[in-house]
Design a binder for this molecule. Structure first.
Ligand SMILES: NC(=O)C1=CN([C@@H]2O[C@H](COP(=O)(O)OP(=O)(O)OC[C@H]3O[C@@H](n4cnc5c(N)ncnc54)[C@H](OP(=O)(O)O)[C@@H]3O)[C@@H](O)[C@H]2O)C=CC1
Ligand SMILES: CC(=O)N[C@@H](CCC(=O)OP(=O)(O)O)C(=O)O
Length: 348
């Protein structure tokens, strides 16, 4: 086990960066050393977040490799196509990197370029990056990594929901459906007219139906967990008027009648600290995972038919972003994976 780690957070004024600050402020082995913002450089961090009054004297700094090299571990909570510019120099300086953005999630840089409308500037590092979904990737690979690509929020909910079915090989992998809903914090803090209160409160809509950038990421990882079977996924995201939370309803055509799906899911996640399988017949709710690193899953087989229906819920900012990043951090430094991640959702 390593000692206290000096932490850098790039993108400290954004929602995912703020969530990292919230979680790491009480982490026994994290000393937050650098928090960046280009727009707020020079401003005290606690003036942006009164919740942190008395907990930090830090001042936002402009991001630079020189500044961030003072850290042992740097978290990037920046929009896509930002981290890839600085990661090569940070790794060369011996800094370990946990990237919450999509820069190192896709194995194929040409596919990445198509979905993210940019040329990848560090394609040579993609192989080196470990996909940071501990329940799928395995702990040893993450522990040994110096570059972790944290999954997207929708991929986390969808992959954890489908994984037992695909690993057991009992669904048609070419006819999978993921119907997912997210809260508005998924879109980040920057101002966008479509996310004004008057535009989205008391309303509900699908978006990205023709193709969302999480589709290739989900397909890539579904392929990996099903021993490279061909994958066909219909993925439709929706925006619901809540702040946090993802609810994914997943459909898979069963190819075998012989499985007790409830037992399959309970066994698959029996040892996972952050995945709870609900009792038969129950349905998860986003409020029960709010501000926690939990994924709550229920598996159903309506009318004992050929369709498995899986309901998967997470908090997009925690298990879908900052919490998962801290889970990876804990594994990387060899401490209990649940450190600083044992929050209980507020009631009500
Ligand atoms: N919100 C969510 O639910 C989830 C987010 N993520 C990912 O986390 C990342 C951050 O998302 P989110 O917090 O929502 O986004 P926000 O828009 O809320 O925040 C972005 C942050 O990055 C900083 N920033 C922007 N551009 C750059 C740049 N070129 N270099 C350095 N800093 C920059 C901004 O501050 P400033 O401009 O002042 O520097 C701001 O602090 C994204 O990649 C997102 O996809 C992942 C899963 C879920
Ligand atoms: C409401 C909303 O816009 N949600 C975002 C969620 C994605 C996100 O946060 O980005 P990651 O790829 O890092 O997970 C979206 O659909 O693009």
């Amino acid at each position: 086990m390593t000692g206290t780690q000096r932490i850098g957070i790039v993108g400290g004024t954004g929602y995912a960066g703020a969530e990292l600050l919230r979680l790491l402020s009480h982490h026994p082995q994290a000393e937050i050393t650098v928090v960046t913002s280009r727009g707020e450089a020079g401003t005290p961090v606690a003036s942006a977040y009164p919740q942190l009054d008395g907990l930090t004297d830090l001042v936002f700094e402009a991001p630079s490799v020189e500044t961030l090299s003072r850290c042992d571990v740097v978290f990037f909570a920046t929009p896509h196509a930002a981290a890839m510019h600085d990661v090569p120099a940070l790794l060369a300086a011996g800094v370990r990197v946990i990237d919450l953005s999509a820069d190192f999630r896709l194995r194929d840089p040409a596919l990445w370029a198509r979905w993210y409308n940019a040329e990848h500037v560090a394609p040579e590092l993609i192989e080196r990056a470990v996909y940071g979904l501990p329940e799928l990737t395995g702990r040893a690979a993450i522990a040994n990594a110096d570059l972790v690509a944290c999954p997207g929020c929708y991929p986390t909910a969808v992959l954890l929901g489908f994984m037992p079915l695909l690993k057991a090989g009992i669904v048609d992998t070419e006819r999978l459906i993921a119907d997912a809903k997210t809260g508005v914090s998924g879109a980040g803090k920057s101002l966008k007219p479509g996310f004004l209160y008057a535009e989205m409160a008391d309303s509900f809509k699908a978006y990205g139906v023709a193709g969302h950038r999480h589709l290739p990421e989900i397909e890539q990882m579904l392929g990996q967990m099903s021993a490279d079977k061909p994958i066909g996924l219909t993925f439709v995201p929706h925006l619901v008027p809540m702040i946090r939370g993802i609810h994914a309803t997943l459909y898979g055509q069963l190819t075998s009648n012989e499985h007790d799906l409830q037992a399959l899911y309970e066994n698959a996640y029996a040892d996972e600290p952050f995945v709870s399988v609900l009792a038969a017949g129950q349905t998860p709710e986003t409020r029960h995972v709010r501000a926690t690193n939990q994924c709550r899953i229920a598996v159903h087989r309506p009318q004992d038919g050929a369709q498995a229906v899986v309901l998967s819920t997470i908090d997009n900012l925690v298990k879908g972003a900052a919490g998962q990043a801290v889970q990876n951090f804990n594994l990387m430094i060899g401490i209990d994976e649940t450190t600083a991640l044992t929050q209980i959702a507020p009631i009500p």
